[in-house]
Design a binder for this molecule. Sequence first.
Ligand code: ZN
Ligand code: ZN
Ligand code: ZN
Ligand code: ZN
Ligand code: ZN
Length: 497
Amino acid sequence: MSFLLGCGRWKLSKMPKADENGTVGCILVLRFCEVITAAVLAFAAKNTLHLVKSHPELQAPPYDKHVLLSQSLVYVGGMTTFVWMFVGFILILIWKGPIIFIYGLLDLGLGLVLSIGAGLQGNYLPATHATCKHAETWQVQDNHPSFFHLAATFGKGQDAKASCNQFVTVWILAVIVIVFQMITAYIGIFCDTREQSILNPYRPFAWFVIVIFGVPYWIASYSSPRIRFGYRFVKKVIRRIRGMEKLEFEEAPKYTPNYSNMRISAPNLQRILNIEHLLLPIAAGLHYDDLLNLSLTSKAIRESVFPDGDMIYRVQKLKAYTCNEDSRFKCLYCNKQVCSDCTVVRNLPSLPGAHHMTFCEAYCSKCYFKTIFPSVSRRGADKLGCRCLLANVSIQDQRMCHACNLKDWQELQAERSKRYVQQLRDRATGADLPEGTTLECAKCRGALKGGARWWMCSKCKGECVSKIHPAWTEKVKRRVKGKEKEEKSWLSVVRYY
Ligand SMILES: [Zn+2]
Ligand SMILES: [Zn+2]
Ligand SMILES: [Zn+2]
Ligand SMILES: [Zn+2]
Ligand SMILES: [Zn+2]
């Protein structure tokens, strides 16, 4: 009997240990309760079977073709059950143990015979006594009398209603006996007291609970994140179809020095500035902004400080020498190198773009899906989304260069926000990355290809659904002339007026 515990490595889960005396006790009580019903059924079924058997008209069309079979099955099932009540009662007291399983099978067999009989009877009988009021017209076809009317003419002094009641009584008794038989069969078959046995009495309960609650839960937990993901994906596709607003930036006209027209008003100063070894120590005591202002004094001075032919390298060197080394940063609004000593602090509303640039990270679809799985309902970060921005809409201290400080702050912020939008677009396509690197998923570090872009906030771990991020990218671009582009943006400041 060890095969009941599972085969090979596959073992069944443990159930509570059962008690054989409980099994035997339950079966005895059930048999005791059932015996009278079974007896009444057996003798009632005998009468109706006799009636049907002795009158072939009741078995012929237009009446149901299974009348005789159904009556026979119920009679045989009922009578055998009645006899089995006594035999089984005595046997279970003599032979217990695994043989109870055989008793259970026998009970199941009898229950099935009765079920088939009662099921076939259901085709031509009403289910309740109340319906017998219509016995005269029950299932009447053409001009034939009803089944019960005909049966009544063969019975002794009966009318159709009484005949109907007789048949229905047998059917109801059969159903009651079936219920008893099935419960007894269940207790008999699942009689193994061992915890891991497949026939442990508690196992069907566990399966029942799993099927009733577990399966719908599994379906819901499987499908709901997929539906959520699909819905959000469709939203991204819609945004892709709608396209993005075109951004336009004012380009500073390119400065080209006109050497033939250049007048040198202070030759001595010019000579000093032209020598890089002398210029750099001078720069070391200045702020970068001061150098820009110096270069604005004349075309010739500008050419000495920012020589057009050596612009990139000169700018690098000058930046390294100027400003306070420990507090160098770029002006938030014009991107020019500044330090804490050459800036002013202003109390202005925060720029949402700054938060997105600092904290929002691109996830691949797979990693994004994992963050919303496996839960039936939305929860945690997925439910709340990124909440940082709500907390971030506030007035804050912002450091800016003196030139920016002179401008109207609303215009300044509008322009900066537009640039943030562009920067975020570049980030989505990977255009802002250094040469030789590709855009990666922040979670799995896999290369991100074109397609839907999911943005997660690295600060609160919620999804950033702000429309400032592109929903979709066609192709991941690689930046080719990265450095040059950056220089260009602030070189426009070094214009000669
Ligand atoms: Zn400075
Ligand atoms: Zn500035
Ligand atoms: Zn964001
Ligand atoms: Zn956040
Ligand atoms: Zn990933």
